[in-house]
Structure formats: C-alpha cells, structure tokens
Design a protein around this ligand. Structure first.
Ligand SMILES: C[S@@+](CC[C@H](N)C(=O)[O-])C[C@H]1O[C@@H](n2cnc3c(N)ncnc32)[C@H](O)[C@@H]1O
Length: 347
C-alpha cells in the first residue's frame, strides 16, 4: 500500500470565504492548497498535513476541521480490508487527548452493512470507544463528486461550538457568523461597541474575547428571560466586567450614548417577534442607528429578511459598503440565505 497522502480539511459556511481566508492569512504557517464546493456537503479548504494540527482548532470562522485522505480506491470495502489506514488517522486524533473522546460514530452510506460493521468493531476494540448516535469522534467514509474520502473531525465538538453557551436559545446566531460580522467592523480601531437585539450575546462575547481594545461593550434586548440567559453566557465567558446588558425596547429609542460600531442580528419572524410588524421594527432600527453611530462608525447587520432591510437602508443616511451572501442548511433541513450588510453613514 502506498503511503496515504494526509490532508487537513476545513468546512465553513458558504459566503464566508473572504472572512475565512482573512483569518487563515493571520497564521503565517498555514497555506491553503486547494478549495472546493461540494453541493451536498458545503464549502471546504484543504491544507497539507501538519503534525501540530491542533492549531487549526483556534480558528473562529470555521465550522469543522478534519484529517482526511482521498483516493479513488478508498471505498468502504477497501477501508475494511486496510483498517490501519483509518486507524492511523484515529490514533493521531486521540493522541494526548484520548480522555476527551469516549464515543464514536461512522458516517457512511450503508452504515449497517457487514463491511461498515466490521470497521466499527475494529474502532471499538482497538480504541475502546463506544458507538453512539451523538458521538465525540466523528468518522466519515464518503463519496465526494470525484473520489472517495476517509477522515475524522479533530475535535470532539465541532470547531464552531463555544463552551460559553450555557443553554440553547432558539434563534441564536452561529458563532462563525458572529465572528464574520465583527471582523467586518475594523474593531481593532474601535473603542465602543453596541449590539442591538443582543439575544444570547453571541456577538458581544465574540467581540469581547478577541478585541481587548474595546473599552465599552453594550447590548440590549427587550426580553427579560433572554437578557438573563445572556448574562449567564457572559459570566461563563469571563466577561462580566466588560459587557453591559440592558433590558430595553428599540421602540423606546434608549439613550445609551454614541458608538464607533453597531452590530445586529435582526429578529426575522419565525420563532422571534412573531406578532411584530417587522418593517416597522427595521425602520425604527435604522433610524435609531443613524442617531447612535459616530459619523465615521460602522454598522454591520445580519438578516434573512434582507430585501426588506435593503429598501429601508437605501432610503436612509446609510450607504452599503459591503454585502456577504450566506447559504446554509438549518436544523430542519431548509436552506437559509441570509445576508450581512456593512454600512457607513453618508458624508
Ligand atoms: C435574532 S435574535 C438575536 C440572537 C442573537 N444574535 C444570539 O446569538 O442569540 C433577535 C432578538 O431581538 C429581540 N427583540 C425582538 N424585538 C425587540 C425589540 N422591539 N426591542 C429589543 N429587542 C427585541 C428578541 O428578544 C431576540 O432576542
């Protein structure tokens, strides 16, 4: 058997390519060798394998990181006859962090077939892992557009998982999108940051963690329960002294001073603000931002109702300086196509 060519593969949300490439460029030793869009699986970038692959785990814009091998012949039968090929990858991932991995799952068509069962037995017996539905070690044997791929994720929770999330809040933002929104705002040069409709505080926490120069981080939301959940997350993130949260309604136009940056993940119907007139809410939001943003400041807004928002922005004193168009599958297997608008006040 030829020595398999190991690679690192990173998955990210379609539309965040520029943000992912920017983040990777901050690591001088990481060089992307190719990229790929797999219609069924999403957007990926690939790197030559490196021994200290755990450094990939600090990337904030990435959903998942894998060690993989690809070859036309790596179908399930071949892997079952050459189990050490997969075993080599699993050993590397478990090395030094085996206490974090207790369970495994093999993602593969025909997972109940004798071929895959024999691979599962091998993993169970060799690595003393338990096979479960929600697993720490996620192994895959998949047919991509052109070839077979075998691999596993390098972390027990996907990279975009953040341990400051104390409870699930329906409508909470994916942290890689929060990272993207913040990264568009030149936060290195900002002192004050306001997050309107702060929800579980994902944007505030991502900003507080990575931009120590931000002196003032303020958020508000009109839902008392959500504000208290957000405080629990902020506490867990160790940012209780840095972030201030208020229970306020945008329609009351709370006077909180002026800010260098405003970010927002707008309510968009469904589980949030079911009975609100969204257009009225968006108009009030843009009007409030006009009054609250410093003249040179930046406003970054994320929404699925982007057509409605765009119309309102175009009639306002803001100009749109950049748009990111995202696409991803929700937990109920529907495609969401939200946008991020970066805006500045017209001179
Ligand atoms: C899409 S969620 C924000 C989610 C947040 N980015 C997160 O990661 O958890 C929108 C939030 O807007 C809040 N909201 C809705 N109407 C509001 C209003 N009139 N004034 C203030 N907050 C409001 C909701 O309570 C909800 O938490």
């Amino acid at each position: 058997m030829n020595k398999p060519k190991l690679e690192i593969k990173l998955a990210f949300i379609t539309g965040l390519r520029e943000v992912v490439f920017n983040e990777i460029s901050q690591y001088p030793n990481l060089h992307i060798v190719r990229e790929k869009r797999e219609p069924l699986y999403g957007d990926f970038v690939y790197f030559n394998f490196v021994e200290d692959f755990t450094k990939f785990a600090s990337l904030r814009s990435v959903l998942r990181a894998y060690i993989i091998v690809q070859d036309l012949k790596y179908n399930p039968r071949y892997i079952s006859n050459h189990k050490s090929l997969l075993g080599g990858i699993v050993s590397m991932i478990l090395e030094g962090q085996d206490t974090k991995f207790k369970t495994f799952k093999i993602f593969c068509a025909g997972a109940d077939s004798p071929t895959i069962r024999s691979i599962a037995e091998y993993i169970k017996n060799t690595y003393k892992l338990i096979e479960t539905e929600e697993a720490d070690l996620k192994i895959h044997i998949i047919k991509t557009e052109k070839t077979w791929e075998v691999g596993a994720e390098i972390t027990p929770r996907q990279l975009s998982f953040r341990n400051y999330k104390t409870k699930h809040m329906s409508g909470a933002m994916d942290p890689t999108i929060a990272y993207a929104v913040n990264s568009l705002c030149d936060l290195e040069y900002a002192a004050s940051y306001l997050n309107i409709f702060s929800g579980s505080a994902t944007l505030l926490i991502e900003a507080g963690r990575y931009y120590p120069n931000l002196k003032q981080l303020v958020g508000f939301d009109n839902n008392k329960k959500i504000v208290s959940l957000a405080y629990q997350n902020i506490k867990k993130a160790g940012l209780i002294r840095k972030i201030q949260l208020k229970e306020k309604d945008i329609f009351d136009e709370p006077d909180l001073g002026k800010f260098d940056v405003i970010t927002s993940d707008l309510p968009f119907g469904m589980s949030i603000s079911k009975n609100e007139d969204l257009e009225k809410l968006y108009r009030c939001f843009i009007g409030y931002c006009q009054k609250t943003l410093n003249p040179q400041g930046r406003l970054a807004v994320y929404t699925s109702k982007h057509e409605m928002l765009k119309k309102i922005i175009l009639k306002s004193r803001f100009k749109i300086v950049k748009t990111l168009e995202l696409k991803f599958l929700t937990s109920v297997n529907a495609y969401l196509r939200p946008k991020i608008f970066l805006c500045r006040l017209k001179k």
